[in-house]
Each structure stands twice: as structure tokens, then as C-alpha cells.
Design a protein around this ligand. Structure first.
Ligand code: SF4
Ligand code: SF4
Length: 446
């Protein structure tokens, strides 16, 4: 399976939103100071929530295991600070619902130094031991999906990964945390890539980076000389190139069929941040207790890319950035295309929180919705060749069974259809709502 020549590297359909990366792309990553309180929801990854193993009042160290996996499709949770467990109780999640969370009060007098641990000799681990270590470290897909990474690496008997793909596309507007990570820690990106490539037995690893990050492409290529089985491929700029199936199509020209996974075509895809978290764990023993978050948008006083301990309230992150402008109307967690508006600034940063974006009335005012004019632009935008116009109409009238027949569940909720619609129809919101109803019926019929 060879990558396509540069002029062919793209996928069909998709859209071209403005990048808006000028506020943060040139700013070095900074570390936010420790704050007083941390909130760690047990269900911040896909799958079964983690199970607490600490009690209220207990003292915990930075990096200490505080919750173990609740099932196989689940992962661990570690304390981001040295302090005390103050509560294990329902707390508001960024989605707005109440979720059981471990609340930790930081010890203001602790050094917050991570206890040094012997590095783990990853090369000597069997694949099963390696997978267990990834679960022990609490590592999930950090591009936003938060799917436990160890599950992705656990292949059915007889299946083989030939090609590891590292997703450096970062195609959501405003977000630049992966960009900065590739620029500032290129050796670690390559070390993490090599660890995973070798453990999965892949013959080649490809780091796909959109061409608007030419400096990151150049610096990664400069460090490649020690890595014979890794290549860096520039990709044309297009949204949603960071979606796994689109990335595979752009790099190899291969379609992953609907209902199948990248591994079914011999590929595993990991985000740049996930790969760096893996390298950090094997080289320093640090489990996933912090991540880089892009704080940006016209409503933020001082946009930045920040290393933020998990569980830090959004309010504290924004305070470090000089707060919100008075004109701010909406704060989004994630990117503007797939992120979610948050109802409270007290919700915490999670493993999948790639961005905090603040928008003013100019960006958030919803233009009036008009009837569909059957222009077909949403069909041309949909990277999964769905009919978004029809799906949204069916969702509106509650025809969920029919939506399922038209493959609504293949929708990856990228929002390209809504972005392209001249009638301002909230297509992706309608489809999301319809998908939830389809899933409810599926659960009831099990
Ligand atoms: S229908 Fe789904 S996958 Fe297709 S463009 Fe809309 S949100 Fe994206
Ligand atoms: S883009 Fe909007 S107006 Fe055009 S066909 Fe799709 S739903 Fe209708």
C-alpha cells in the first residue's frame, strides 16, 4: 500500500472554512499555574466510565491512579495534582449533563513535582503487555473523540496493521495545539510514532500534515534521518481531513467501507497529541494527566496554547488568558465545526478537550433559516456521500427508521453540510438528534 503522489493527496467532497489560526499559531506553548480545585469526570472517554479507587478525604499524589477501568472499553484516571479528594459526586460535564466526578483540592504547599519513575523498556514488552501499559497510562484519542487507545491496538486474531498514520492535519479552524506540538517537540512526535509503529509491527508510519503548517512539515522532516520507516506527507488543506477515513483516503486513495474500521484495511490512525502522550509515558512514566489546549477566538483577551492539567475548570484557563471580552456570547469546547457550546465556565478540561473558543455576536448570530432550495451543496460537501438534505428533512418529521435506511449512522457529524448550506438549515444538529433517536430504539430492541 503506497501513499499517493502529492498532487492526488486529497479526498472527495469536503469544505474550506477559513483557518483563523493567526491568533495562536506563532505563540509558544505555556504552562498554566496550578489552581485550587480539579474536577475529573469518570466518563471522560468513550466506553464504560472508570471506577474510583480513592475515598473522600484521602491524600493523593500528582500522577497517582485514582480510578481504574470500569470494563475493557474503558481506561484509567490519575490525579493531575498532589492534594486531597474532596468529593466523589455528580458534577456538570461540558455536555451539560451531570456525571460522577472525583473532585480534588490541590495542596497549595506541594511542589507538584512528578515523582520520577524508571522509564519503561517498551521494546521488551509483548504486544499484550504494551496494550496493558497504554490502558494503565489512561491514554485516549486526544483529537476529540477520546476513544481508549489500547482498544484500538488490540486486533482480532490474524489481523495485521501494515501502516500507522499519524494525524497532524488539525483541520478544525482556530485550533493550533497539534501544530505547536509538532513544532516544539518534533523528536518526541517521531519517538512516539516509532514506538507504536514497532509495537504494532507496521512496516511504515506516515505523519500527514496539512500544507498550511509548512514549518511543522519542515521541522519534522529535518529530524527524520534517524527514522527509516517514518515519512512526513504534506496534505492539501481541506475539512474534515482529520477524520480517520478521510485521512486514509487522502494518503492512500483507499476507501474504508461504511461500517468498517481503518484496521479492516490494515491501518491504525493516531492523533499527534496521543502519540506524544505515549512517548511521554514510556520515557518519563507520566500518565495522561495534562494536555495542550488552544484558547482562542475573538472573545478571548489573550489567545494562547497552554499545557493544562486535566480537571482544571474552564474559568481558570480563561482567567490565565486575561478573561473573556464583554462582547463574548458563546464559549465552545473543541473546534467551531465539531465542538460543543458549554453552558457553564465551571466545567473541567477533559482528555479530549483540544480547544476553548470564545465567540462574539458577530460569529454566533444565527442568520434566519430558509426553506431548502435543493441546490445540492450539502451533498457536494458531505465526505461520506450521504444526502444531508434528505436526512435533515427526515429528522424534522421524526422519520428515524427511514433515516437509518439512508445510513444516518455513517454521519461523522463533521458539520460540512451545515457550513455549505445557503438556507442556513441546521442540518448537522437535526441529523445528530435523529441519530440519538435511532440509537435509543436500537438499545430498546436489544
Ligand atoms: S451528513 Fe454528517 S458526515 Fe455528511 S457532511 Fe453532514 S455532518 Fe458531515
Ligand atoms: S445545502 Fe441546504 S438548501 Fe442546498 S440542498 Fe442542502 S439543505 Fe437544501
Amino acid at each position: 500500500m503506497n501513499p499517493l503522489p502529492a498532487f492526488k493527496r486529497s479526498f472527495a467532497h469536503g469544505v474550506h472554512p477559513e483557518g483563523h489560526d493567526e491568533q495562536t499559531a506563532h505563540q509558544p506553548i505555556q504552562r498554566v499555574p496550578f489552581v485550587n480545585q480539579y474536577i475529573l469526570p469518570l466518563g471522560q472517554h468513550l466506553g464504560v466510565p472508570a471506577r474510583p479507587i480513592v475515598k473522600v478525604g484521602e491524600r493523593v499524589q500528582r500522577g497517582q491512579l485514582i480510578a481504574e477501568p470500569g470494563a475493557y472499553v474503558s481506561t484509567t484516571l490519575h490525579s493531575p495534582v498532589t492534594g486531597w479528594v474532596r468529593a466523589i459526586a455528580p458534577r456538570r460535564s461540558p455536555r451539560g449533563d451531570l456525571q460522577t466526578a472525583i473532585e480534588i483540592e490541590a495542596d497549595a504547599y506541594a511542589t507538584q513535582r512528578l515523582e520520577s519513575k524508571p522509564t519503561i523498556d517498551w521494546a521488551s514488552l509483548s504486544i499484550d503487555e504494551f496494550i496493558k501499559q497504554i490502558q494503565n497510562a489512561g491514554i485516549v484519542g486526544m483529537g476529540g473523540a477520546a476513544f481508549p487507545t489500547h482498544v484500538k491496538y488490540d486486533l482480532p486474531d490474524g489481523m495485521r496493521i501494515q501502516h500507522l498514520v499519524i494525524n497532524g492535519a488539525e483541520c478544525e479552524p482556530y485550533l493550533t495545539n497539534d501544530h505547536r506540538l509538532m513544532l516544539e517537540r518534533p523528536e518526541v512526535v517521531l519517538q512516539g510514532t516509532e514506538i507504536v509503529r514497532q509495537k504494532l509491527g507496521a512496516t511504515l508510519a506516515t505523519i500527514g500534515v496539512e500544507m498550511n503548517k509548512a514549518d511543522a512539515i519542515a521541522i519534522l522532516k529535518k529530524h527524520l534521518k534517524h527514522y527509516q520507516h517514518i515519512q512526513v506527507l504534506p496534505l492539501r488543506v481541506k475539512y474534515p481531513q482529520g477524520a480517520e477515513k478521510m485521512l486514509i483516503k487522502s494518503i492512500f486513495g483507499i476507501e474504508v467501507p461504511a461500517g468498517q474500521l481503518p484496521r479492516d484495511v490494515g491501518v491504525t490512525v493516531n492523533n499527534v497529541s496521543t502519540i506524544v502522550a505515549i512517548a511521554d509515558y514510556f520515557q518519563t512514566g507520566m500518565p495522561l494527566i495534562e494536555r495542550i489546549v488552544t484558547v482562542s477566538g475573538p472573545g478571548v483577551e489573550q489567545p494562547a496554547n497552554l499545557i493544562v492539567p486535566l480537571g482544571t475548570p474552564v474559568r481558570e484557563v480563561l482567567r490565565f488568558c486575561g478573561g473573556l471580552k464583554e462582547t463574548t456570547r458563546e464559549v465552545i469546547m473543541g473546534g467551531p465545526m465539531m465542538g460543543i457550546p458549554i453552558a457553564s465556565l465551571d466545567v473541567p478540561i477533559l482528555k479530549g478537550s483540544s480547544g476553548i473558543l470564545a465567540f462574539t455576536a458577530a460569529e454566533t448570530s444565527r442568520p434566519p433559516e430558509y426553506p431548502c432550495i435543493h441546490c445540492g451543496r450539502c451533498l457536494e460537501a458531505c465526505p461520506h456521500f450521504l444526502n444531508p438534505s434528505r436526512l435533515s428533512r427526515l429528522a424534522k418529521i421524526g422519520a428515524y427508521a427511514e433515516m437509518a435506511q439512508y445510513n444516518a449512522l455513517d454521519c461523522v457529524e463533521c458539520g460540512a453540510c451545515s457550513f455549505s448550506c445557503p438556507s442556513n438549515i441546521p442540518i448537522v444538529q437535526l441529523i445528530k438528534m435523529g441519530k440519538e433517536e435511532i440509537r435509543k430504539v436500537k438499545v430498546l430492541n436489544k
